[in-house]
Design a protein around this ligand. Structure first.
Ligand code: ADP
Ligand code: F6P
Length: 319
């Protein structure tokens, strides 16, 4: 009988629980024994394993966060840390590991794979910036959370004729800002992948005011690192009543959207099927709307790109 383990690592994302459920249920369906590793690679080093059964993953598919909890482990980046993890996996006679996380977690998964552990990655990150896949679990939910928040801010912005700078998450990537900005009708979207000029942003606000707009929404990606600064600059240069809202970790929590539940379920089952077929050292992903898998080494050579035609479209629609 195969014994597999599943863990979540790095920043949590809505849909991780749905993916854990899919891994556990598919594995039991196939007759495997399943362990959950608590606290990501930190728990793997410490041997924090729990037995999982059908009931362990009951009532979690709609919940945000991760029941296995997550961590960032500096120790796991070292050879010693990885060797300690290997000992723990061998002690439990685990012969397959599913890692749900971002590209950092996949670098760790690749190391384990090179040490002989049959490892499969499932991409989970609200930033949607993982090389080798068009989609990472959690992005859709995070964008929907950001859009709802911006819609609410728009109400009060209109009442008070204010300009709002809304900073959204995305450590190095502008995907959440781009999608939330487009879907919430922001006047300007500021992302690391495109140059933005303050005078142009101000000009767009003024044009809107001249034709009677009572609010201005500017969405800025955290990766640009300047939400508060941009707010101050606009206030000082124009005298506009300008407020800054940083959405922060609200975007990381919450019930996963139907899309995230669907993708998480498919990816979780696929990871188990791959292990069953003897495939490993790969990540599951979505390419051109198809479920795919690629070797960690190949996937990491991909560069995450953003669709700048959406950026141009947003600019042309929010005049
Ligand atoms: P994410 O997986 O969301 O990108 P991190 O970049 O913080 O989040 O990575 C999560 C964890 O993966 C790290 O805390 C570390 O334990 C492990 N990890 C990251 N990079 C490496 C690496 N080069 N080698 C081994 N483990 C790594
Ligand atoms: O990678 C997901 C993410 O939420 C980024 O958008 C953000 O920069 C980072 O994680 C925040 O990490 P932490 O929760 O550790 O502060």
């Amino acid at each position: 009988m195969k014994k597999i383990a599943v863990l979540t690592s790095g920043g949590d994302a809505p849909g991780m629980n749905t993916a854990i459920r899919a891994v556990v249920r598919r594995a039991i369906f196939k007759g495997f024994e399943v362990y959950g590793v608590q606290n990501g690679y930190k728990g793997l080093i410490e041997g924090d394993f729990i037995s999982m059964n059908l009931g362990s993953v009951g009532d979690i598919l709609h919940r945000g966060g991760t029941i296995l909890r997550s961590s960032r482990s500096e120790e796991f980046k070292t050879n010693e840390g990885q060797q300690r993890a290997l000992v723990q996996l061998n002690n439990k006679a685990v012969n397959g590991l599913v890692v749900i996380g971002g590209d950092g977690s996949f670098r760790g998964a690749k190391k384990l794979s090179e040490l002989g552990v049959a490892t499969i990655g499932i991409p989970g990150s609200i930033d949607n910036d993982i090389p080798g896949t068009d989609y990472a679990i959690g992005f859709d939910t995070a964008v929907n959370t950001a859009v709802s928040a911006i819609d609410q801010i728009r109400d009060t912005a209109s009442s008070h004729e204010r300009t709002f700078i809304i900073e959204v998450m995305g450590r190095d990537a502008g995907d959440i800002a781009l999608w939330a900005g487009m879907c919430a009708g922001a006047e300007s979207i500021i992302i690391p992948e495109a140059h933005q000029d303050l005078d142009d942003i101000i000009e767009r606000i003024k044009q809107g005011q001249q034709r009677g707009k009572t609010h201005s929404i500017i969405v800025v990606a955290e990766g640009v690192g300047k939400g508060l600064q941009i707010g101050n600059n606009i206030r000082e240069k124009t005298g506009f009543d300008t407020k800054v809202t940083i959405l922060g970790h609200i975007q990381r929590g919450g019930s996963p959207s139907a899309y995230d539940r669907m993708i998480s379920s498919q990816m979780g089952a696929k990871a188990v099927d791959l292990l069953d077929e003897g495939e490993h050292g790969v990540m599951v992903g979505i390419k051109n709307a198809q479920l795919i898998h690629r070797a960690f080494g190949e996937a990491e050579k991909d560069k995450h790109t953003i669709d700048l035609s959406i950026y141009d479209l947003a600019r042309s629609l929010s005049i």
